[in-house]
Design a protein around this ligand. Structure first.
Ligand SMILES: Cc1ncc(COP(=O)(O)O)c(C=O)c1O
Length: 381
């Protein structure tokens, strides 16, 4: 037997309470019992997203929520500013092009943070742009973009909606939807919500509803209006992911019990311990100091070490699954996820497995130094 540890930024570990809730016998979705659960989820998500806006629950992965925001906010030929510094920002560009939008592309290196001033300049140059799209927490790079500052800028343009992919942000870093004037914010269930994959949630502001009214892009399954009119009747337009909603009730109860502030500070402690642990082992962090999120820690593979072997030895020999790099960074970085149902000893375990793996690969370092640095963070030193 080998005990398994899932240290990836999605899917993430699912607590036993949620798994047990999902194991209950199936119920029908057109029943008062299900309606009560659905409405509890909507209320709980409003708390997690820090919003009084509408929250729509979709049966799809995060990309479906991304797609729904394009289909509902725009018309073909609309100009949309996409600032991107990773794989998921790149996906936003592909999506926008798929829907016939005119992309004002603001590309950055994956190791850079999106500069709010660049968004301000792009809006000045393209004042009729109908949308600004930013990934708050770039899972591919670990970079955290300042959507609060960008929200202030976009708010000056009454016809331009601010779409934020917070798929690995929600539940890991602050995301104050209303205070920061974020029109559309989305997450996926397999991330900070501590559920299996298959559910997504999207928040829709008044401004975004106005965009929906003017939008002419084709939509059926993802038509937000159907979800709104159905949620007003405490139901969903199509068969929902019943078991995931049942699990979400439990996950949201756990999150409320811990409290959002405590959840965020737990994540920042776990991220800090991971960072300090890896640095103590002589490795370099990928994300820049001014923009490091708490969902995932990407680390440069040390010179002379085979990055793919780090990931495979950790998984096969020690049962610890971490993520490799994506696209151009495959084999060049590895990523440790700490998003959702994670505690101190998940980090200690991962650093221990990392140390044993690095030792096997002949990388020189002082054994125990990574774990010691992480312990110091947890002990408040
Ligand atoms: C930041 C971000 N955006 C979008 C996605 C896409 O979500 P999904 O794979 O659930 O479709 C992910 C998934 O990892 C993500 O991390």
């Amino acid at each position: 037997m080998q005990k398994k540890y899932l240290m990836t930024p999605g899917p993430t570990p699912v607590p036993a309470e949620v798994l047990l809730a999902q194991a209950r016998p199936m119920i029908h979705h057109r029943t008062p019992d299900f309606s009560a659960m659905l409405m509890e989820c909507v209320e709980g998500l409003k708390y997690i997203f820090q919003t009084a806006n509408d929250v729509l629950i979709l049966a799809c992965s995060g990309t479906g929520a991304m797609e729904s925001s394009f289909a509902n906010c725009f018309c073909a030929g609309d100009e949309v500013i996409v600032a991107r510094n990773g794989k998921f920002g790149d996906r936003m560009v592909s999506l926008a092009k798929t829907y016939g939008l005119v992309v004002v592309d603001l590309p950055y290196e994956w190791t850079e943070v999106v500069k709010p001033a660049d968004i301000a300049s792009a809006l000045k140059e393209h004042p009729s742009a109908r949308g600004v799209v930013v990934v708050q927490s770039e899972t591919s790079s670990g970079v955290l973009n300042d959507v609060e500052a960008i929200g202030r800028i976009v708010a000056e343009y009454p016809e331009c909606v601010f779409i934020v992919d917070s798929i690995t942000g929600i539940g890991a870093v602050p995301c104050r939807t209303d205070e920061w004037k974020l029109d559309v914010v989305m997450t996926g269930s397999q991330k900070g919500l501590m559920l299996p994959p298959g559910l997504a949630a999207v928040t829709v502001s008044e401004k975004a509803w106005r965009a929906r009214e003017r939008s002419t892009l084709p939509k059926f399954y993802f038509d937000w209006k159907r979800y709104k009119s159905n949620i007003e009747k405490q139901t969903t337009p199509f068969t929902p992911a019943v078991s995931l909603v049942v699990g979400l009730v439990e996950a949201l109860r756990m999150m409320r019990e811990e409290g959002l502030e405590n959840i965020i500070s737990r994540h920042s402690r776990l991220a800090e311990a991971t960072r300090r642990g890896c640095e103590a082992l002589g490795m370099k962090l990928f994300a820049p100091p001014e923009g490091r999120g708490s969902a995932v820690t990407p680390v440069w593979v040390p010179e002379g070490v085979d990055g793919k072997k780090i990931v495979s030895i950790m998984k096969n020999k020690y049962g610890v699954t971490i993520a490799g790099g994506q696209d151009d960074y495959a084999g060049r970085i590895f990523r440790v996820g700490h998003l959702g149902y994670f505690g101190e000893f998940d980090i200690i375990t991962t650093l221990a497995a990392l140390e044993m793996t690095l030792a096997e690969l002949g990388y020189p370092f002082e054994r125990g130094s990574g774990i010691k640095a992480a312990e110091a963070v947890f002990m408040g030193e």
